[in-house]
Design a protein around this ligand. Structure first.
Ligand SMILES: Nc1ncnc2c1ncn2[C@@H]1O[C@H](COP(=O)(O)OP(=O)(O)OP(=O)(O)O)[C@@H](O)[C@H]1O
Length: 690
């Protein structure tokens, strides 16, 4: 702990002055509190045996310095106190009528003159300050002022003002602060309060100090409000400034000023204190991952400070989540990723692969494909696979916005630029997409006059709001889409050729669902949450539908099934009526043509029609878990009006086995349809439906 010695005279002119040392001590404790130990000495009792060991020595007059110097090994730390009056004690003096003679009384002429000087300095200037000289006649004087020596005042004076002992001036306090290097918050606050109570001999310095204090306080508050840990060190790593968050991130306690960062954070790789600037470096501390930025800072034209900012990765993640939540609330977020694109078709897989690569670039993409083929989901997925993924994704459907509003929606407008415009103006969707992606859906429906404005945006990456001459720079990735044929649109003159070339930097053409029917089962699985088993008949029917609404239509059917089907199995009955109707039509045509087709395939068989019926019976028995033995087959065929004897059946079964359509198990296990047999059955049915 720092220590202060106060050395006062104990006797002046034969009078004990022990009180003065106590008053100065009280002043010092007012400011430094328990930060310092204070000890009082009397100058006339100092001896070489009792040397003063305190860090600094405060004396009351420079004339005492030479004597005190002999009793300390640190004479450079002697401070000559400046003293002043407290505001409270001086207040009554302002009531003395202007121009009055006021006698200033103290124990000797030196202190009298010192008091006159102090009073003059603090603004007692409208009265005549008369120095008291013992034995002189002061009969004409009505007012007298004395700092704690009222008994010396001549008796004839009616108005006596005892202004009490003088207190330490603020400049002396600042000198103590500087010498002892005490600069904690509490001391600063105490000093501020102390200053409010006294007059200072040097108001200029005090006011500067106060505004510096206020500024430091504001900066400290700002630093402590920051969510980042902040640290400033000198080039050796000695800590100069830090904030609360820095201590929190690194679990540090107590005061850190003047300590060496390398010694406090031994766990951290010393490379971070190396000479280079860096940002976005990750360091590990205990179980935390911390993002670090370091910069060398020029201080008074010399590069000698290191600035560090630390962010806990969990905090960054929270910020990101917050940002995406806000974007989501505004609907400016892409929900789909490339993994959401369900496909087994090689053509689609190829498109997804290309999309993955394009995502890493800022190239403009033009997606074409029939309605419902997944153009928007692909655009969202490209955005989410791109470095812009945490920025806005703005989808604009040119066909859905009234033509009169498209321009202001896209480009924004200045206040009052048209009737109905908002007073404060409105940013356009291009501006909202800044740093992110804009998806221009149904680009073929963009009005002609806006196509040229759009072309300019693509060329210049700048927009001019409606009714404004302000040019706004934007950084956006453009993905456009259309279900119309661009070449036809260009030929018919409804779409600008130059705009098409600007958009068609990277074309992606999505196949229709009927061109990738193999995607129907996995898509259904995804859309129904894998809740159902689909009968082969049902899948066949779906595969043969022509899907004008593409995946959107399939999605709607999946929703229908999920809502109305209570069983685990989905068959043709589970489908919406318009699909079932289609099945009835195709069944009729199948019945009509079935015989000839079946005969075609099983033409080599003993009895082709009967052989086909046997194959179907085995399939049915297998699918309902019944043994497909000869008896069961004969019974089932009877129900279908086929009459077949045991020996004919045996022969047909043998032939079906030789074609690899069935396996005849030994004993009572019956027959099983092979994959080839099943394929044959379903292919026959498809041929019939077509
Ligand atoms: N490959 C896919 N995997 C999963 N879902 C898909 C896929 N493709 C499309 N979808 C779904 O199909 C629906 C239609 O997709 P989307 O809106 O992207 O089509 P679009 O081509 O943009 O249609 P339009 O031209 O009518 O705007 C959406 O519900 C989407 O989630």
């Amino acid at each position: 702990m720092k220590s202060i010695a106060i050395v006062t005279d104990s006797i002046i002119k034969g009078k004990r002055l022990s009180n003065l040392g106590e008053i100065v001590k009280a002043n010092i404790l007012d400011v430094f509190g328990s930060n310092v130990l204070v000890k009082n000495y009397f100058i006339d009792t100092l001896t070489p045996e009792s040397m003063i060991k305190e860090d600094i020595i405060v004396i009351m007059a420079s004339s005492r310095a030479s004597k005190v110097r002999r009793y300390t090994s640190h004479p450079e730390n002697i401070i000559v106190a400046k003293r002043t009056f407290s505001k409270k004690s001086i207040a009554p003096l302002y009531d003395i009528p202007e121009g009055s003679d006021v006698l200033i009384v103290n124990d000797d002429i030196e202190t009298v003159l010192e008091s006159i000087s102090s009073l003059y300095h603090i603004g007692i200037k409208n009265v005549n300050l008369i120095p008291f000289i013992s034995g002189k006649d002061y009969n004409h004087i009505k007012y007298a002022v004395s700092p704690s020596e009222p008994e010396l005042i001549p008796e004839n004076i009616e108005n006596v003002f005892d202004v009490g002992h003088r207190v330490l001036d603020i400049s002396t306090m600042l000198l103590i602060i500087n010498t002892l290097k005490i600069d904690d918050k509490k001391t600063q606050q105490n000093l501020y309060n102390y200053y409010q109570e006294i007059f200072s001999s040097n108001e200029g310095i005090v006011q500067n100090y106060n505004s510096l204090l206020a500024r430091t306080e504001e900066l400290d508050q700002l630093l402590d409000l920051s969510h980042d840990g902040i640290l400033l060190t000198d080039k050796e790593g000695k800590i100069l400034i830090y904030n609360k968050k820095f201590k929190e991130i690194f679990d540090l306690k107590g005061k850190l000023r003047d300590q060496n960062i390398g010694e406090i954070l031994k766990e951290i790789d010393p490379a971070i204190y190396s000479e280079n600037d860096f940002h976005d470096d990750l360091i590990h501390f205990k179980k935390k991952i911390i993002n670090l930025e370091k910069r060398n800072v020029i201080h008074f034209n010399k590069e000698e400070r290191m600035y560090f900012s630390f962010q806990e990765v969990t905090h960054i993640k929270k910020l990101e989540q917050n940002l995406s939540r806000k974007l989501r609330q505004k609907g400016h977020v892409a929900r789909y990723s490339l993994n959401d694109i369900v496909t087994t078709s090689s053509e689609m897989k190829n498109i997804v692969q290309k999309a993955k690569k394009i995502a890493q670039t800022d190239l403009t993409v033009l997606i074409t494909g029939e309605s419902g083929t997944g153009k928007e989901i692909l655009a969202q997925a490209i955005h989410n696979a791109s470095p812009r993924k945490n920025q806005p994704f703005i989808a604009v459907n040119s066909a859905a916005i009234p033509e009169s509003l498209i321009e202001s929606e896209l480009f924004g407008y200045e206040s009052g630029s048209f009737t109905g415009a908002l007073k404060e103006g409105k940013p356009g969707l291009f501006e909202k997409a800044h740093n992110g992606t804009i998806f221009l859906d149904e680009i073929g429906d963009m009005p002609n006059h806006l196509q040229s404005k759009l072309l300019r945006v693509l060329q210049e990456r700048q927009i001019v709001p409606v009714g404004s001459d302000r040019v706004i720079d934007i950084d956006i990735r453009v993905i456009a889409a259309t279900h119309k044929s661009p070449t036809e649109m260009i030929e018919s003159g409804s779409f600008r050729k130059d705009l098409f070339y600007r958009l068609n930097v990277f074309p992606l053409e999505l196949p229709s669902l009927s061109e990738r029917v193999q995607d129907i089962p996995p898509l259904l699985k995804r859309f129904t949450g894998n809740r159902f088993l689909f009968s082969p008949e049902c899948i066949d029917l779906l595969k043969n539908h022509n899907w004008p609404g593409n995946i959107r239509e399939l999605y709607n059917i999946a929703q229908y099934i999920s809502t109305f089907e209570e069983r685990d199995i989905v068959d043709i009955d589970s489908l919406p009526r318009y699909m079932k109707n289609q099945f009835q039509i195709s069944k009729k045509s199948r019945d009509k043509f079935s015989r000839s087709n079946e005969l075609l395939v099983l033409g080599e068989m003993t009895d082709p029609e009967l052989s086909f019926a046997v194959l179907k019976a085995i399939d049915l028995l297998n699918s309902i878990g019944k043994t497909a033995g000869r008896n069961h087959i004969i019974q089932l065929m009877k129900q279908e009006d086929y009459s077949i004897g045991e020996s004919l059946l045996r022969r047909i079964l043998a032939q079906l086995q030789s074609l690899d359509f069935i396996i005849i198990k030994k004993g009572r296990s019956g027959c099983y349809l092979t994959e080839k047999g099943a394929l044959h059955l379903s292919s026959q049915q498809i041929q019939v439906e077509i």
